[in-house]
Design a protein around this ligand. Structure first.
Ligand SMILES: C[S@@+](CC[C@H](N)C(=O)[O-])C[C@H]1O[C@@H](n2cnc3c(N)ncnc32)[C@H](O)[C@@H]1O
Length: 460
């Protein structure tokens, strides 16, 4: 039986080991330089010890996020504890720690049935643009720096091809997985911390304001079905459900699904009770230590208020195109062919057990989603299919297409609206809105997307 959570934890531990080896190498370099005075050497040693401690704290956060609600989170550190950072004199850097090869254990954690899902996951959220600033796997943010790939180290051997790496190659190396874990942290911050409030105001408030305007009767909202495809860590559908709408959260990233299950299974009620250091891996565009080591607390609100009136949510975990396929109604099949198991609960069983999932909606709210799919025409067609006549599609997000122009059609915003109209929608509103996405507010690198906001109504 394969446990997704164990795989993610094991790979994060490997990242932790890798990062520590980089840090020890840096301490050694500083220590060996006669030019650098002892007080600065001492500064680096102290700073790097702090970073190591924070990475270990992130491991604890990850363990919590992947644990069953109510269960004791078992610490699984098999690497140095906080206090055992080696003294400068004993620091060793072994290039083998930086190799990309999977260990025997990891090989066993990746039986062949995992391949399909990993491939799918990688295809869905990969960012194949050549824009260096955004080459961080599944998202729009600045990438991690403590990576496995030791391309900067001329002394490191080229990665050996293990059975699995030759099969998966660069498409699905541990590095990609680590980026996904770090991306998961940033999405948790975006959706469930006070730090993310600015971003949520920019990205999500237009949805809330428009929903309240188009559906003013609170009593009638429970009969209005809203779907948020590609919902990330789920704050948008959650808040919409709190406005009284019947809301469906759709998401297909396995990494996010296991975390979503934790967030929404009840019991995350204690405000600011969990600590994470999401920027600790960012070593570029930093002004000072604080920028990198800043602590974030979650949640900013009590989640899991299942008993509250209005909290009316359904979960459609899996590929949007598979679930809302024209052939099967509803087709909840995307994960069903695998034996991937999450904490003894088959993810697919969870989906099918959800009685509220059906394939027709009154409103679609897509945030930072439409540019992540490969075929935007199919997406528009599918949105048209699942909307009732008169239903609304609200969109906010960039056109920072994640898939290469060779495999995907990159519409500009004018073309996008024309195509939407040609699928029997009328455009009720259109404007551009400045939004940021998983930012570190203290970083020297800041990206602002001029996001395409529109509301379209299905006319027939
Ligand atoms: C850029 S993120 C945006 C997340 C969230 N909507 C937000 O605004 O923060 C895009 C999300 O869409 C998900 N996604 C991409 N393709 C998908 C598909 N075919 N079905 C379901 N989810 C998908 C990704 O896993 C990712 O979480």
């Amino acid at each position: 039986m394969l446990f997704v959570e164990d795989t993610i934890r094991a790979l994060f531990r490997k990242y932790e080991t890798s990062a520590k080896s980089v840090i020890r190498r840096n301490i050694q370099i500083v220590h060996n330089s006669n030019q650098i005075n002892p007080s600065i050497q001492e500064h680096f040693k102290r700073k790097y010890e702090l970073i190591i401690a924070r990475i270990e704290d992130n491991q604890r956060f990850l363990n919590w996020l992947l644990s069953e609600p109510g269960s004791d989170v078992v610490e699984k550190h098999n690497v140095d504890s906080h206090n055992s950072t080696p003294a400068l004199s004993s620091t060793t850097t072994t290039t083998s720690m930086l190799e990309t090869e999977l260990t025997q254990d990891e090989e066993e954690m990746f039986p062949s049935e995992f391949d399909d899902v990993l491939m799918k996951e990688n295809n869905t959220s990969s960012d194949s643009s050549n824009d260096e600033s955004y080459q961080s796997g599944s998202s729009y943010h600045d990438g991690s720096s403590f990576s496995y790939q030791s391309s900067t180290s001329s002394s490191s051997p080229s990665p050996k091809k293990s059975k699995s790496s030759s099969k998966r190659g660069v498409r699905w190396g541990p590095n990609t997985i680590i980026d996904k874990v770090l991306n998961l942290f940033l999405l948790v911050v975006r959706d469930w911390s006070s730090e993310g409030l600015d971003e949520r105001v920019q990205s999500y408030n237009p949805f809330y304001a428009s929903l309240e305007r188009y559906y003013p009767s609170v009593e009638q909202r429970r009969d209005i079905k809203v779907i948020c495809p590609g919902a990330g860590m789920g704050r948008l559908p959650y808040d919409i459900s709190m406005l009284g709408f019947h809301t469906t959260l759709n998401e297909n990233s396995l990494f996010l699904i296991v975390a979503l299950k934790r967030i929404f299974s009840g019991g995350v009620n204690d405000l600011n009770s969990q600590t994470l250091y999401p920027f600790i891996h960012q070593t570029k565009n930093i002004t000072d230590e604080h920028t990198q080591t800043r602590r974030i607390l979650i949640p900013d609100i009590a989640i899991g208020r299942k008993d509250e009136p209005g909290a009316n949510m359904s979960f459609a975990y899996g590929d949007f195109f598979d679930i809302y396929s024209p052939q099967v109604s509803p087709a909840l099949t995307s994960l069903s062919t695998t034996t991937i198991t999450s904490n003894n609960t088959n993810i697919n069983a969870n989906i099918n057990a959800n009685p509220n999932t059906s394939n027709k909606f009154d409103c679609i709210c897509s945030s930072f989603f439409i540019d992540t799919v490969e075929n935007i025409f199919t997406l528009i067609e599918r949105f048209h299919l699942i909307l009732n006549v008169g239903g609304l599609w609200m969109n906010n997000g960039p056109l920072h297409y994640h898939h290469d122009a060779l495999t995907s059609f990159h519409l500009n915003s004018t073309e996008l609206l024309d195509i939407v109209r040609s699928y029997n929608f009328e455009i009720l509103e259109y404007k551009l809105i400045d939004c940021q996405y998983t930012k570190n507010k203290d970083s020297l690198f800041q990206a602002i997307f001029n996001c395409v906001w529109f509301i379209a109504r299905k006319i027939k």
